[in-house]
Design a protein. Structure first.
Length: 109
């Protein structure tokens, strides 16, 4: 039986914003590294994970009922804007809060 070599390279796929991909390319040239993989390996080796603190707040999954037309509209815009439906829902909810605060302020005048 063959032993598993845990040190053998294996692919890892993940999304990065284009700005960060640009930084990878810049670092590759600046450090004279042969590949993006080398840049990522260096970043992983040198990062202080003990000091890491996430800046994002905890998420919780909820379920809501939407009319089919509304759900399709969300899907269409998510695809058009190349974002998740969840991201659109978050900004819509945050926007609602801002709009209702504005309406409340107008009524208080």
């Amino acid at each position: 039986m063959a032993k598993n070599n845990t040190n053998a390279p294996s692919p890892l796929t993940f999304d990065l914003p284009l700005s960060l991909i640009g930084k990878l390319t810049t670092q590759q040239k600046k450090l004279a590294l042969k590949s993006t993989s080398e840049v990522v390996r260096l970043a992983i080796d040198e990062y202080d994970y003990e000091s890491f603190a996430t800046s994002s707040e905890e998420h919780r999954q909820i379920s809501v009922r939407l009319p089919g037309e509304m759900k399709a509209k969300l899907g269409k815009y998510a695809k058009k804007k190349k974002v998740s439906v969840g991201e659109l829902l978050r900004v819509a909810i945050e926007s609602l809060e801002a709009r209702t605060a504005k309406k409340t302020a107008k009524r208080g005048r």
